[in-house]
Write a new protein. Structure first.
Lengths: 673, 286
């Protein structure tokens, strides 16, 4: 009896220690969890109130007709091309063109079709394009173009050499490279700067650019400007950005000077459609935030469109040049390029990114193999579904969601609920810069947004037996009810159950047996189960998509602005964790809030500790922790190049600030710019 | 002829084994120390119950699962738990940490078995004789204390019966604690008086120890130091590396790794190689 007493006391100490440990971690986790719901609720609240600024609404009212007109002309041109090649539908045309994938006019057509937002299955063309990558010695320009067309079609991993690795010296290479670097995730800021300065170095005295010689060429200048647009959009208001801005101003000034009295452009003495199309594309490449109205107005866009319209023939296609003032003979390249320009400019007018090669969000990578299903095709189907559901009545919707419990039923209802929220925020959807490739009109924008949301939701709802909730947009990511999150919870439960079993067995086999041990084991187990099932488990992809779409990559609303953030672990020969990136933040956000969101959005892990008084200490980012490389090593942040003097939880930023997180080896002395 | 190892040789041996175990968080090092620890366990005639194994496994699993909740370090995010990243690297770290804990526990038991009080005194030697004295007194105090507590408990229970409920348990414990306090004070006085009576502090004390360096002691000590030097060389040359953050990278190949691991294996097994040493150890224990 006495023996038992003694041992029991011994056990109490041990088990209560373990219990306290578990409780502490539990409360810690609960405390931490406070951050996430507020983010999502906040983001969801923003969605309802809308981001539609007054300027945007004005612009829409003024130019909506014009955008519609451009769209109509694009469709006429497409009709002509279909007739000319004997295709029965746009899809048929695309598949026919696959035979010439990687060739100049065909690629332009595909770009135009992607930019017009046509819902097509790009698989065949893409496969043909990737087949071409096996070409033993392609030129750099060919590789770049192939890369960009693939990006425009929504592909992420493109076989062949990475764009930043190619080092051809010609101006066309430099232009395409600028585009590719901006479109892809560039592997270092060095590449950014190098690409940019390579282009700026080629600037001639009059502010323009040429293939060769000292006389500026309109086509090449416009093309370079497009690349600048892409770089500016990707890079933000950094010091390099200012240099870029001046080059852009000079370029547009030259284009303004070269514009003919009728608004058109001429190349090598001949007025032609392509030059005008290129200039229009250059204009579309910059958003209203990127350049001032003064710079934009140096080219008369409306006159240019009118002049270009004159090249349209009766059949719908566009001619290269006029013969006796009349467009008679259609030209493939001219038609394709004008289509691209019109689609891009219409996109710009609608407030969406007008950049030709703007790419899909990196969160939904598609591996281009010979397998059939691709992103393009899945998106097509979901988009169609969404459109179909939009036409249905509300009553039908509720019936659907309540009665059908199959995967498809829940899918449709989820789309419908999103549809309602998405409709309010059409403009917001339009401004999401990463979703560019297929946004042309307001309608497609809405569907695009909702279909993107739907892909997330499909996973989350599919296997859940419960009826779909009111607003899946808010509920799903944090509810932990998604299929995979559930799987994780079950795995964790199984692991904990196994551990409990082990502990019980260990207790059984040891000489010290007491009731209290069993009680404690079960208590700890129960606490662990409660912890697991109360926790909010979010999959990395979900968290990433959510943060990117609803928070970081959209236009600033009232009280919000954009800043540039970069995270650099400063290891020689290793790419930085995060290249300089423009993100939208609220004025109330501290540097730490921003870091937390950005790391979640780009799948970088973050380890931190919060003290009782609210100061924050960042221990590790992306697995690079303090003291990893010496006693003075760790993470510091610099605002506009000035090292911080206080903790990240108490510093707030201003519009256009440049925030840099850097790994120091010597208490911050070595990271000054 | 009696072959035994000098206390200092033992001391060096244990220090080296445990230091290397705790500094190199390498799976191979852990495996080697676990294996040699179990061999020791067998030599010391301790029983290895299923309870031990299961308990160690439970501890291992518990620490492995808990670590990612505490530390969000590591580049591979498995999922977000309440907004914090749960990373694969942290899991690995937790597992390695738990393994090191288990091995260190194993070896500390062996250490306390082999390093008896007189050996500690011998290790401290003439120069640190006071430290040695304090150390041995402390080492002696804990078992003595618990033994005495047990005696008092038995006496109290004989007087008042087994306590029922936490109230009685509490008051009994309180009484016992008071008894222990007075007992230890009294015991301290008795010890001090005894030391005084034996002339402690009256003059410079002489130092005596029975042990002397035999060939075996010197050889084993040299071999231990040599093995340690070899491991150090391998480690400085970049062998036996294991990196957990940001990515798990564990070295397992190359001449340096093989050199290091072989040296550690030999180091762990050195005293066991000689049967005579072990026989002597056993004789001392019986």
């Amino acid at each position: 009896m006495q023996n038992k007493m003694r041992k029991r006391r011994h056990n109490i100490v041990l088990w209560s220690l373990a219990f306290v440990l578990l409780l502490a971690s539990f409360f810690d986790a609960v405390k931490q969890s406070g951050a996430l719901p507020t983010v999502y609720v906040w983001a969801a609240g923003m969605k309802g109130t809308g981001f539609q600024g007054p300027a945007q609404a004005d612009r829409d009212a003024k130019t909506a007709r014009s955008a519609e007109e451009l769209k109509k002309r694009c469709e006429e041109a497409l009709d002509w091309k279909m007739k000319a090649s004997g295709a029965t539908s746009a899809q048929d045309l695309l598949d026919r063109m696959a035979a010439h994938a990687g060739k100049s006019p065909e690629d332009w057509y595909v770009l135009a079709m992607a930019k017009m937002g046509l819902e097509l299955d790009y698989t065949k063309y893409a496969n043909a394009l990737f087949e071409g990558c096996k070409d033993p010695e392609p030129t750099d320009v060919e590789q770049y173009r192939r890369y960009l067309v693939a990006r425009a079609m929504g592909y992420e991993d493109i076989p062949g050499t990475a764009p930043e690795k190619l080092k051809d010296k010609g101006i066309m290479s430099a232009i395409y490279r600028g585009y590719a670097v901006a479109a892809g995730r560039a592997s270092s800021s060095f590449v950014y700067g190098e690409t940019q300065s390579a282009l700026i170095d080629l600037k001639l005295a009059d502010g323009g650019y040429a293939l060769m010689g000292e006389t500026s060429d309109v086509d090449v200048t416009a093309f370079v400007l497009q690349a600048y647009g892409a770089l500016l959009g990707a890079q933000g208001k950094t010091a390099a950005g200012a240099e870029l801005a001046s080059a852009v101003r000079d370029g547009f000034a030259l284009l303004g000077k070269r514009q003919a009295a009728d608004g058109g452009y001429a190349s090598f003495g001949t007025a032609n459609a392509e030059s005008g199309a290129m200039v229009l594309l250059a204009l579309a490449s910059f958003s209203d935030e990127d350049i001032t109205a003064e710079v934009r107005n140096s080219v008369h866009a409306n006159e240019l469109i009118e002049a270009t319209n004159r090249f349209q023939t009766a059949g719908g296609g566009f001619a290269h040049a006029l013969s006796d003032g009349v467009a008679s003979m259609e030209n493939d390249l001219a038609t394709a390029q004008v289509m691209c320009a019109y689609a891009a400019y219409a996109s710009y007018l609608k407030g969406a990114p007008g950049r030709l090669y703007s790419v899909k969000a990196a969160a939904t990578p598609v591996v281009p193999t010979t397998e059939k299903p691709t992103e393009a095709s899945t998106e097509e189907t979901t988009q169609k579904q969404t459109e179909a559901s939009a036409e249905e009545t509300t009553q039908k919707q509720t019936e659907d969601s309540s009665e059908e419990t199959t995967a498809k039923g829940t899918e449709v209802s989820a789309e419908e609920t999103t549809e309602e929220t998405a409709e309010v925020s059409t403009e917001e959807a339009a401004e999401i810069t990463t979703d560019g490739a297929k946004e042309t009109t307001s309608d497609t924008k809405t569907t695009e947004n909702s279909s993107a949301d739907t892909t997330t939701k499909e996973e989350t709802i599919e296997n859940s037996t419960s009826a779909p909730t009111e607003d899946p947009d808010i509920e799903k990511p944090e509810g932990g009810s998604s299929t995979s999150a559930r799987t994780i919870q079950w795995i964790m439960t199984a692991v904990v159950a196994g551990l409990i079993l082990l502990a019980l067995l260990a207790n059984l086999f040891s000489k010290r047996k007491s009731k209290l041990n069993y009680i404690l084991i079960f208590a700890i187990g129960a606490a662990a189960f409660v912890f697991i099932w109360m926790s909010k488990i979010t999959l990395p992809e979900q968290a990433t998509q959510k943060q990117q779409q609803t928070y970081l990559e959209r236009l600033p609303a009232q009280g919000e602005f954009r800043i540039t953030i970069s995270i650099d672990q400063r290891i020689e020969g290793e790419e930085a964790l995060l290249m300089p990136r423009l993100v939208t933040v609220s004025g109330d956000d501290t540097v730490f809030d921003i870091l937390q969101r950005v790391t979640t959005a780009y799948g970088i892990s973050l380890d931190y500790s919060k003290s009782m008084v609210g100061t924050v200490y960042v221990r590790a980012i992306g697995g690079h922790a303090e003291f990893d490389r010496g006693a003075g090593s760790g993470w510091v942040f610099l605002v506009n190049g000035v090292p911080a003097t206080t903790d990240a939880g108490s510093v707030k930023l201003n519009d256009g600030d440049v925030l840099r997180w850097a790994y120091t080896l010597d208490l911050g002395k070595d990271v000054s710019p | 002829m009696r072959v035994y190892l000098h206390s200092r040789t033992w001391f060096i041996y244990f220090v080296m084994v445990i230091v290397i175990l705790m500094t190199f968080w390498h799976p191979v090092v852990l495996l080697i120390s676990l294996e040699s620890g179990l061999v020791w366990w067998k030599i010391l005639k301790r029983r290895l119950t299923l309870g031990h194994v299961l308990g160690a496994t439970a501890l291992l699993g518990f620490l492995t699962v808990i670590n990612p909740i505490i530390s969000a370090n590591g580049a591979t995010i498995l999922f977000y738990l309440n907004g914090r990243a749960y990373t694969a690297e942290a899991l690995v770290y937790g597992f390695l940490f738990a393994s090191v804990m288990v091995c260190a526990l194993l070896w500390s038991v062996i250490l306390s078995e082999v390093m008896t009080t007189d050996r500690w005194l011998c290790v401290c030697g003439r120069r640190f004789s006071r430290t040695g004295l304090v150390l041995t007194m402390v080492f002696r105090f804990f078992p003595l204390f618990s033994k005495q507590w047990h005696k008092i408990r038995e006496g109290q229970e004989a007087l008042g019966g087994t306590p029922v409920g936490w109230r009685e348990t509490f008051s009994l414990t309180k009484r016992e604690l008071l008894c222990m306090l007075t007992w230890s004070l009294e015991h301290g006085f008795v010890t001090a008086d005894a030391m005084l009576a034996r002339g402690y502090g009256s003059a410079k004390r002489t130092y005596f120890n029975r042990e002397n360096y035999g060939a075996a002691s010197v050889l084993v000590a040299l071999a231990v130091i040599g093995a340690f030097a070899a491991i150090l060389t391998a480690a400085i040359g970049g062998g036996m590396e294991s990196q957990i953050y940001p990515y798990v990278r564990i070295h397992m190949d190359g001449a340096k790794d093989i050199l290091g691991f072989t040296a550690y294996f030999l180091l762990c097994h050195l005293p066991m190689i000689s049967c005579k040493v072990l026989r002597e150890e056993r004789r001392m224990r019986s």
